[in-house]
Design a protein around this ligand. Structure first.
Ligand code: ATP
Ligand code: FE2
Length: 326
């Protein structure tokens, strides 16, 4: 029984996993009506909801805390105050239960959880708030084949949403607005397998200031930004010769993005995989899931070494040694 804790940004989540099976997945998200995330406020939110989320995750999984044999924690990357809060809570619980901690890279867990869908060796389109990367496994590491050159797709969408006054997170609201919009031309920005969003953001803001309808802007944002992601992913599939595309990250909840990826895969004769929404957004189950895989390959930190265990806000996907795969 592995318990996983997620706390890299806005979400505090705890999941319990046993033998690759998700037994529970409880989340509590810090949201705002208008502005964006304030890291200190989000960390405070995590502190306040941690005990309750912990209780519910155990209850939902129908296990007692004595059955937990290790605690996995999202150690990297993320907002330092939020990571620290998660680490503090993990150490406290792990000491109480006298179990080791398994440090997990959040981005890699978004990727690994895709195994539950049946993907074996996919190209991953990782589209979340802070990250937009096209990743595939090669020679001991998850290599980044393409990525955003400026902001993440989710942050791009959220920033625009904030600009037009619809709060955080913006993704789901933009998706709704887009349903009744029509296309207005906005810049399309891709270089090889890399993409960039800040030009689109400026352009959309200017169009909003000129009085264009938010439905049309939302639709055009999605069609353009997602087409860039699909084009970069297709290039990565061609380049690596892999035959599977997997979606990950919160923006992957977007049904239009899923549809565009599915069509591209059908046309290329590739398989398309997307986990359910509760496993796409930030969640504790994916941390527990990768935690268990790492634990089984001997990765853990015992209670006596907790002093040396720290957060790692800037660790990149391709810095992680994938010791559990060969
Ligand atoms: P990272 O994984 O890079 O640290 P994160 O933790 O902020 O980023 P996730 O929880 O994976 O990211 O995703 C959050 C993002 O997903 C937000 O930007 C939110 O707007 C976006 N999102 C959620 N649902 C949708 C949707 N239906 N359409 C588009 N975006 C969505
Ligand atoms: Fe995430």
């Amino acid at each position: 029984m592995i318990l996983g804790i997620e706390s890299t940004a806005h979400t505090f989540g705890i999941g319990v996993v046993n033998n690759g099976k998700v037994l529970s997945n409880v989340r509590n998200m810090y949201t705002t009506e208008k502005g964006g995330i304030i890291p200190i406020e989000s960390a405070k939110h995590h502190d306040e909801c941690a005990a309750g989320v912990f209780e519910k995750a155990l209850a939902d999984a129908k296990v007692s805390q004595e059955q937990i044999c290790a605690i996995a924690i999202s150690q990297a990357p993320g907002l330092a105050p939020c990571l620290l809060e998660g680490m503090r809570f993990a150490k406290k619980k792990a000491k109480e239960l006298n179990v080791p901690i398994i440090p997990v890279n959040h981005c890699v867990s978004h990727l690994e959880i895709g195994k539950l869908t049946g993907a074996i060796d996919p190209v991953l389109l990782y589209a979340s708030g802070a990250n937009t990367q096209i990743i595939a496994y090669a020679a001991g590491k998850y290599r980044v084949f393409g990525e955003t050159l400026d902001i993440g797709i989710g942050n791009f969408i959220d920033t625009f949403a904030r600009y037009i006054g619809i709060g955080f997170p913006g993704g789901p609201k933009i998706m709704e607005l887009a349903k009744t919009g029509k296309y207005i031309e906005i810049p399309y920005s891709i270089k090889g397998m890399d993409v960039a969003f800040s030009g689109l953001l400026t352009n959309l803001k200017q169009k909003f200031d000129k009085g264009e309808k938010i439905e049309d802007l939302s639709y055009s944002l999605q069609e353009t930004a997602f087409a860039m992601l699909v084009e970069a992913s297709e290039r990565a599939l061609a380049h690596t010769g892999k035959k599977e595309l997997l979606l990950g990250g919160g923006v992957a909840c977007n049904t239009r993005l899923q549809e565009m990826c599915r069509i591209m895969c059908e046309e290329r004769g590739c398989k398309f995989f997307v986990p359910e929404n509760s496993l796409l957004v930030d969640n504790g189950a994916m941390i527990a899931f990768l935690g268990e895989i790492e634990f089984n390959s001997g990765i853990k930190v015992d209670v006596k070494d907790f002093d040396k265990l720290d957060i790692n806000p800037r660790e990149r996907t391709d810095m992680v040694d994938v010791k559990w795969r060969s």
